[in-house]
Unconditional design. Structure first.
Length: 154
């Protein structure tokens, strides 16, 4: 029996911390600009969303602090695992999300990375930071739901 949770087909990684830290809304699929060795490392599942977020600069969107471990058999090309990677989005989408980020308390975070038709896609969402009592409330609600499910199974 596998201890890993079931993920949808093609899913590479999920940012579980984002759902804990933010109230997420307005999801969007974006392409991501990667190098060959990064793709091979992603296929091995060596991705970490630790503190990753989306930043808007000069009319472009970049994902910052997305860690993709270096591929061992990459050859001579040096790899920076924490470099800023450009997101492939329409100009109107970039302008809209940049406007939302300019509001107080909103940020854009990557939620999930997956393959779609052989291309790597990144699902991003607008998030509003949760307060400590909101996090506790969510944990309590999930624990109650889990206990109810156990009782129903018996």
């Amino acid at each position: 029996m596998s201890s890993k949770k079931k993920q949808s087909p093609g899913t590479i990684a999920v940012n579980k911390k984002a759902r804990h830290l933010y109230e997420l809304s307005e999801f969007l699929e974006a392409g991501i600009s990667l190098t060959g060795p990064e793709i091979k490392s992603i296929r091995l599942g060596r991705v970490s969303f630790q503190d990753a977020y989306v930043e808007f600069r000069q009319g472009s969107a970049f994902v910052v602090k997305l860690h993709i471990a270096p591929y061992e058999n990459a050859g001579y090309a040096p790899q920076d695992p924490d470099r800023d990677r450009r997101l492939l989005m329409h100009a109107r989408e970039i302008a809209r999300y940049a406007g939302l980020v300019a509001q107080k308390g909103l940020t854009v975070v990557p939620v999930r990375m997956y393959f779609q038709h052989g291309k790597v896609k990144l699902e991003i969402a607008v998030g509003r930071g949760k307060k400590l009592f909101d996090k506790r409330e969510d944990l309590k609600r999930r624990a109650e739901e889990r206990d109810a499910q156990r009782e129903m199974a018996r």
